[in-house]
Ligand binder design. Structure first.
Ligand SMILES: Cc1cc2nc3c(=O)[nH]c(=O)nc-3n(C[C@H](O)[C@H](O)[C@H](O)COP(=O)(O)OP(=O)(O)OC[C@H]3O[C@@H](n4cnc5c(N)ncnc54)[C@H](O)[C@@H]3O)c2cc1C
Length: 376
């Protein structure tokens, strides 16, 4: 079988792999993106699209810093993608309310607001009356933490835009599953069912399936899926939810097209079970109605699911293998892959260039994170 050679091969065409391929193509590398199915059809198109840099973080640390950094890149990232592809990813700068539904939760969220404000981010505690004034469709709360800078994008459009951008700058092969990879001399040999490729660098970005690709070292072997089901509704009448409303067990994300995404289940034992279930749709609708009674007459649109890629520590594993620097991982973005796409593209482009990483990036390097410690 003839071997074709590239500078870099990327496995996986979700937002992470497509963004990395695009960035490396822009930098003048010869890149091949191999996607098992259609690019953009994994978790990336299923996501609710929140940029929850503050919402998702309950303590300071490298993930918090990485999320803030990536969120701050989004405006320029959206503009650049639009210029390159003509696709508008519908970035909404409308903020988020983290709702408290009990007194203890209110106290916890007030504390979270305090450390986030101290760190320089914007977070404001709202009383129950202020919350109700801001969002009249919501039911009673114990107040809310207002995070004005946590917006959202349309995840399916982000996936499409990155797919288009990758196609402009790189060779993209769909229906090309990477079966195995191995280090060979200075490079990496990558096998699909009917072809062999060679490259200086191989980047594994196969989402929740990354653990199933047979490779030289075992680091990404424990990346696996956390199934999430979600649905969309369309409000009746003229009242709109202005901001994302996020409560324990349910979130409502108003999109720029007028729909609201309600999500999501967190199913750790479902593996790749691929059905939208009655139980999930029922419990999401029930929780949505309880949190926002003003949406009871909204029209139900559709329900779908995705598989979040996760590691044992729930932290991303990003960067070169500690033993084989030709192998680079960009896996395990779990609940925050949409948020972390711009910064991950930058991290991997710099890793391939051999540039030095700032301290808070190094926390995610294979061999550094808790996952690596657990596996080694
Ligand atoms: C219900 C739900 C809601 C979410 N909401 C948010 C949110 O609001 N905000 C946020 O930031 N994140 C959110 N996420 C998380 C986010 O979607 C993921 O972290 C992100 O999409 C992961 O991107 P990825 O490119 O790593 O994986 P994927 O998008 O899953 O892409 C992996 C790709 O690799 C391909 N592949 C697999 N195996 C191979 C192989 N052997 N060879 C070649 N290709 C292969 C797959 O076909 C797939 O296209 C959500 C996820 C879910 C499921």
């Amino acid at each position: 079988m003839k071997t074709t050679t590239y500078d870099v091969i990327v496995a996986g065409g979700g937002v992470i792999g497509a963004c990395i391929a695009w960035r490396l193509g822009q930098a003048g590398r010869r890149v091949l993106l191999l996607e098992r199915g259609k690019i953009g059809m994994g978790a990336s198109s299923a996501a609710a699209g929140m940029l929850g840099a503050q919402l998702e973080m309950d303590k300071p640390g490298p993930l918090y810093r990485l999320g803030l950094e990536s969120r701050s890149m989004y405006r320029a990232f959206a503009d650049e993608l639009f210029e390159e592809t003509g696709i508008d990813i519908q970035l909404a700068d409308n903020g988020t309310l983290r709702l408290a539904l009990g007194e203890e939760e209110a106290e916890r969220l007030r504390l979270r607001g305090a450390w986030q404000t101290e760190s320089g981010a914007r977070a404001q505690w709202l009383t129950p009356a202020e919350t109700a004034r801001l969002e009249p469709l919501l039911g009673p709360t114990y107040g809310a933490l207002h995070l004005p800078d946590d917006g959202n994008v349309a995840a399916p459009l982000l996936s499409q835009a990155l797919a288009a951008a990758a196609r402009i700058r790189t060779d993209v092969m769909e229906g090309a599953e990477v079966l195995s990879y191995r280090v060979d001399g200075k490079g990496v040999v990558v096998n699909t069912l009917d072809a062999v490729f060679q490259a200086e660098f191989f980047i594994l970005a196969a989402g929740a399936w990354s653990g199933g690709v047979a490779g030289t070292p075992s680091l990404p072997a424990r990346v696996g899926p956390v199934k999430g089901q979600l649905l969309s509704i369309r409000p009746a009448g003229s009242l709109r939810l202005q901001r994302t409303a996020f409560a324990e067990g349910i979130y409502l994300v108003p999109k720029r097209d007028g729909s609201i995404i309600a999500g999501a289940t967190e199913e750790h034992d479902a593996r790749f079970q691929n059905d939208v279930t009655v139980e999930a749709v029922f419990s999401l609708l029930k929780a949505a109605r309880a949190v926002a009674p003003g949406l009871a007459n909204a029209a139900f649109e559709r329900a779908w699911l995705g598989f979040r890629p996760t590691t044992p520590s729930s932290l991303p594993l990003t960067g070169p293998d500690p033993v084989y620097p030709q192998l680079i991982y960009a896996v395990g973005h779990y609940r925050n892959g949409i948020l972390l796409t711009p910064v991950t593209g930058k991290m991997i482009a710099e890793a391939v260039d051999g540039g030095s990483w700032p301290e808070h990036w190094r926390a995610f390097r294979p061999g550094t994170t808790q996952d690596a410690q657990a596996i080694n």
